[in-house]
Design a protein around this ligand. Structure first.
Ligand SMILES: C[S@@+](CC[C@H](N)C(=O)[O-])C[C@H]1O[C@@H](n2cnc3c(N)ncnc32)[C@H](O)[C@@H]1O
Length: 240
């Protein structure tokens, strides 16, 4: 699907991920520090270790793996709306599925049907940006989180300055689109990635959105890697 159409109708994004699902892990492996940054955001949640965590837009399970590192006595439910991405996740984490640590469900993150107050924590890596309506998505997450539960939004959210925008545009159009197109054989989702980041919220705007949707104690943190101007973790707590 053409990039402009995907930006207009983000409900089709998971279907585009089906096209690259088998090569997604290879492409991200070559993206230096990808897993380290996911781990860093999971660490920043300061989990007790026994939480019931929802990994929204879990993809091939890389974010699930990050969360499981900090949950020796907890569990992760991974949700994604791409059959192909989930197939990779279930293959990769078959051990975790067998021992009850991980569960994967095909579901639209915009329409969560879990009961109110189900989860102790929600981790959403590279997911919120793909939602057709950010506020509605956060309201849905707020409903399924327990009071006092934590949310972590880990995403390409540009720092609010010209340098970050220029850095991303050069990196995106000059390297990510050509490189990932060769690696995965599909250019649409990567051109969409670059455009969706340019039109996404800044870290401060995500923080404000969370505070306006029933969360408190929100913090934003950049990452130490080459993604410093473009990648942030925004963490907050559902008001009790
Ligand atoms: C860039 S991948 C991130 C995967 C994983 N969290 C990671 O960090 O590697 C984004 C994922 O969001 C999923 N996604 C996009 N829109 C969605 C929606 N409305 N509901 C559920 N999943 C969605 C896609 O299918 C894709 O697997």
């Amino acid at each position: 699907m053409a990039t402009a159409a995907l930006i207009e109708n983000k409900a089709f994004v998971p279907k585009e991920f089906n096209k690259i699902s088998r090569r997604y892990d290879i492409a991200t492996k070559m993206s230096q520090g990808y897993q380290d940054d996911l781990d860093a955001s999971a660490r920043r949640m300061n989990l007790r270790g026994d939480e019931k965590l929802l990994d929204l837009c879990c993809g091939t399970g890389k974010s699930t793996m990050a969360c499981l590192k900090f949950l020796p006595n907890g569990t992760v439910t991974g949700v994604d709306n791409s059959e192909g991405m989930l197939l990779e996740a279930t293959r990769k984490l078959s051990g975790g599925i067998k021992n009850g640590k991980a569960t994967f469900i095909l579901k639209d993150a915009m329409h969560l049907d879990f009961a109110d107050n189900t989860f102790d924590a929600v981790y959403m890596a590279y997911g919120l940006r793909n939602m057709p309506n950010y506020e509605m998505a956060i309201k849905g997450i707020h409903r399924v989180l327990k009071p006092g539960g934590k949310i972590c939004i880990h995403d390409y959210s540009l720092a609010d300055n010209f340098f970050a925008r220029a850095y991303w545009a050069i990196l995106g159009y000059g390297f990510i689109v050509p490189f990932c197109t060769v690696m995965t054989g599909s250019s649409d989702i990567y051109t969409y990635l670059v455009k969706s980041v340019l039109t996404f919220l800044t870290p401060g705007q995500i923080k404000t959105l969370l505070e306006n949707t029933g969360f408190e104690a929100a913090t934003t943190q950049a990452h130490a890697s080459w993604r410093k101007p473009i990648l942030h973790s925004v963490i907050a707590v559902k008001k009790s």
